[in-house]
Design a protein around this ligand. Structure first.
Ligand code: ACO
Length: 325
C-alpha cells in the first residue's frame, strides 16, 4: 500500500452567464434594490460572478470540473474508487450529488457521498479523501466542490446577494509513494449557526422557514480572520514547516479583505496569494478548487510547490490543508 496521497490533476468550471457588478446593480435597481460597483469592489474585491442558467444543477457544474481534473490526471472515470462532492446546494434532498455525478460520469460501484461544510467543504472533503487513501479504503479519489449558490440568494437583500456566485472545482487525489498532502486541520463550532445560514427546511411537501441566505457579515468577518490564522499555523506546525516555506496561499475566496488579513498575519506578500474572488465572487465549497485550478492553469502554481489551502464558512466551520503539489 502506498503511504501518501497526492493531487494528480485539477479542473474547474464556471457557467457561461457572467454578471459584472454593473450588470447586477442594473438588475437589482429594476427591483428597487440599490448598490454600486464602487461599494462592492471597495468592501469585497468582487468585480464579477457567474450564475448558472435555470435547469442547470450542482452536478452539471461538478461534472465539467471533474472531466477536466480526470483529463489532467490522465485517469479514467472507471478507475476512480471514491467520489466526494462538497456542496450546500445539492441537486436533491437525496440522493447525494456525488451519486448523481457518478452516474453522469457513466460509472458505477465506487463509494460516493456528499460533504456539507458550506465554504469549508473543499478542505473537509480533501481531508476525508486523504484519510481514506492513507488507510487503504481508496486509491484514486475524485474530490469536487460545486455550488449553485445563486439559488439561495435573496435578491432583495443587497448586503448578501452581491457576494456570491456559482461554479465548481475538482481534483483527482491518488495514492502515492511520495508525500502530497502533508497535514490537515478541521474545526467547527455550532454555536455560531445563526450568523450564516439558510434556515429553511422541507416538511410535508412544503418548504418551511426561510430558504434564503442570512448572514451577519461583520460577525463572520471577525471570526473568519481569527480562525483562518489558527488553522494555518496548526497545519504548518503539524508538518514542521514555516509560513515562509509556503509558495502559494489558496484561501477560500469570500472577500479580498479577509485574504489580505490572513496573508498579513502570515507575513506573506499578496503576490503569493491566488486571488479569484474578483472574477468569481464567493462560490462557497467550489472556491478553493476553482482558485487552485486557476493557479495551476495560469502557470503560477508548479509541480512540487508548497500550497496552503484554507476555508471558513457556515457552521461555523473552518480548516486548512498543507500540501506539496
Ligand atoms: N451596496 C451598497 N451599500 C450596501 C450594500 C451594497 N451591496 N450592502 C450594504 N450596504 C450598506 C449598508 O446598508 C450600510 O449602510 P448604512 O451605513 O447607511 O447603514 C453600509 O453599506 C455599511 O454596511 P456594513 O454591513 O457595515 O458593511 P461592511 O463594511 O461590514 O461590509 C460585508 C459588509 C462586505 C458583508 C462585510 O461585513 C464582510 O465582508 N463580511 C464577511 C462576510 C463574508 O465574506 N461572507 C461570505 C460568506 S462567509 C464565508 O464564505 C466565510
Amino acid at each position: 500500500m502506498k503511504p501518501f496521497s497526492r493531487i494528480t490533476g485539477t479542473g474547474s468550471y464556471l457557467p457561461p452567464r457572467r454578471l459584472t457588478n454593473a450588470d447586477l446593480a442594473a438588475e437589482l435597481a429594476a427591483n428597487g434594490v440599490m448598490t454600486s460597483d464602487d461599494w462592492i469592489v471597495e468592501r469585497t474585491g468582487i468585480r464579477a460572478r457567474h450564475f448558472a442558467a435555470p435547469g442547470v444543477f450542482c452536478s452539471d457544474l461538478g461534472l465539467e470540473a471533474a472531466k477536466l481534473a480526470l483529463l489532467a490526471a490522465n485517469v479514467r472515470a472507471q478507475d476512480i474508487d471514491l467520489i466526494i462532492v462538497a456542496t450546500s446546494t445539492p441537486d436533491m434532498v437525496f440522493p447525494s450529488t456525488a451519486c448523481i455525478l457518478q452516474n453522469k460520469l457513466g460509472v458505477a460501484g465506487c463509494a460516493a457521498f456528499d460533504v456539507q461544510a458550506v465554504c469549508s467543504g473543499f478542505v473537509y472533503a480533501l481531508t476525508i479523501a486523504d484519510a481514506m487513501i492513507k488507510t487503504g479504503a481508496a486509491s484514486k479519489a475524485l474530490v469536487v466542490g460545486a455550488e449553485v449558490f445563486s439559488r439561495l440568494l435573496d435578491f432583495k437583500d443587497r448586503t448578501t446577494c452581491v457576494l456570491f456566485g456559482d461554479g465548481a472545482g475538482a481534483v483527482v487525489l491518488e495514492a502515492s509513494d511520495t508525500p502530497g498532502i502533508l497535514a490537515s486541520d478541521l474545526h467547527a463550532d455550532g454555536k455560531h449557526v445563526g450568523i450564516l445560514c439558510v434556515p429553511g427546511h422541507v416538511s410535508g411537501g412544503n418548504v418551511l422557514g426561510d430558504p434564503l441566505l442570512k448572514m451577519d457579515g461583520q460577525a463572520v468577518f471577525k471570526l473568519a480572520v481569527g480562525v483562518l490564522d489558527e488553522a494555518a499555523r496548526a497545519v504548518l506546525a503539524k508538518a514542521g514547516k514555516k509560513a515562509s516555506d509556503i509558495d502559494w496561499l489558496i484561501p477560500h475566496q469570500a472577500n479580498i479583505r479577509i485574504m489580505q488579513s490572513t496573508a498579513k498575519k502570515l507575513k506573506l506578500p499578496m503576490g503569493k496569494v491566488i486571488v479569484t474572488v474578483d472574477q468569481h465572487g464567493n462560490t462557497s465549497a467550489a472556491s478553493i478548487g476553482l482558485a487552485l485550478d486557476a493557479g495551476v492553469r495560469s502557470g503560477k502554481i508548479k509541480a512540487g510547490d508548497l500550497l496552503l489551502l484554507e476555508g471558513v464558512g457556515g457552521g461555523f466551520t473552518w480548516g486548512a490543508v498543507l500540501l506539496n503539489l
